[in-house]
Design a protein around this ligand. Sequence first.
Ligand code: MCA
Ligand code: AMP
Length: 507
Amino acid sequence: MNLYQLLETGFPKDKSACAIETHDGLYYSWGDLEKATSKMANLLASLKLPQGSRVAVQIEKSPEALFLYLATLKAGLVYLPLNTAYQSAEIEYFLGNAEPAVVVCSPKNLTWVSQVAKKTGTKHVFTLGEDRTGSLLEKAAGLSDKFKTVKRSDDDLAAILYTSGTTGRSKGAMLTHGNLGSNAKVLQKFWAWRKGDVLLHALPIFHVHGLFVASHGALLNGSKMIWLPRLDTKELIKHMPRSTVMMGVPTFYVRLLLDPAFTKQTAKNMRLFISGSAPLLTETFNSFKERIGQTILERYGMSETVMLVSNPYKGDRVGGSVGLPLPQTKVRVRKDDGSLCGVNEIGNVEVKGPNIFKGYWRMPEKTKEEFTSDGWFKTGDVGRWGGETSAGKVPNDYLCIVGRSKDLIISGGYNVYPKEIESFIDDMPGVDESAVVGIPHPDFGEAVLAIVVGKPGSQLNTDAMIAELKGKIANFKVPKRIILVSELPRNAMGKVQKNVLRQTYAS
Ligand code: MCA
Ligand code: AMP
């Protein structure tokens, strides 16, 4: 079934009800949402693109950006969202790899995006600004506000989400209508979405968390969203008394707790605070409970799998644990020798279910590598059943994520692959070699740190290096600091000991 048709089953009958309220006081009814989505779907359909064509989108968050996503589903095309922080070299890679038929960018980026699109052979370039400007809306304005949703089966592609790769090159995770639809239905029940819920939405909508988990939840439940362009704790506090559900990365909760204006009274109508995308510190979990009197529900997922495991809505939510496998998802934890781990034994987390992606875009070999011979997806996360965390005893059927076998840093909920950053640093004049590691950071959870060895006689200026990187890669990937050393620690095999670097520079 086309995912749009599934979501639509939840839209309220009263089309004048509010679907989206923006931070600057605009109201979009469900009727507005449907009409705008249909107009955009008509525009996409007028391009007469073959099934499977990609619509790549790098635009600021706005209600219209969400309608464009829904229009892409409705028109049966494949949505490809891109982080707004990506710079032109990164966009060139994504467009070159995905070969989208359509690119939609911010009006301010039109010149360079058009140049990249021309190089990579994309024919149609539209613009969409956060303030309802741009050629997409202009072209769609005169078209019909009715559109018959194109038929798609569960196995057809709905979206491609690029996730960074251990080799430094991003891989496009192919998600089907069935993957996204089944997960949305499971979460609706598991998190007990109900009539009258209002979602406070401050996440970006170019990743699974904000686009699928949060938006699908509200859409499928016919719930209003209070739509904030980005995380701003003052805005969260202002709108929270009229909200019932919020989803955020751990930084959301860390920052809320730093604001003395955030009180029990602010959260008086909230029934659910959800955290994910990165580990929530038990310290944050406990402080939140103490100060606000509510327990954050932590859950675990991936771009390739959508949501996998969650603390329960009713029942114990345990700090430091991500909870129970969701209905329909199977989770196993295995040792390196392939045997299953018992309670409190650490191993590799592997998963199965209708939510697991179809594979990496045009990377059959990579896809094969990431699945076991008996069809389980290797998450690259390391975990254990039960045991104990600093918040207390964990039930035996609850999962704890204790680390990662993949060399990955998660900073403020964004993934950074050290290999990619190292390759940029190694290419700089005067650099002999580098090692990039994640170190604890009070706001972002982990921060990117680069340790660099210069060539003999070179005079490296770390501030200039950081400034140069800012022009080349997304800002969240840029090391917060670069430390110059004369050599990197290595083991007997000559491999750089990143654990030693993490320990040495932790503080
Ligand atoms: C911004 N900066 C960052 C980050 N974000 N640095 C490291 N990590 C970050 N995440 C830097 C900017 O480069 C800038 O640096 C400075 O911080 C301020 O930037 P600003 O844009 O003002 O930051 P912000 O608005 O405060 O954003 C921080 C944030 C944001 C709210 C934590 O990064 C965010 O919304 N993260 C959510 C990511 C997310 O949705 N992840 C879900 C992935 P300078 O001043 O030097 O320029 S989906 C997923 O992981 C799976 C499926 C799952 O389980 O959900
Ligand atoms: P992404 O590639 O952006 O989809 O990020 C997925 C990764 O985020 C997972 O493989 C985990 O390493 C991490 N992750 C997501 N949620 C949690 C969580 N609650 N606790 C720990 N790690 C998490």
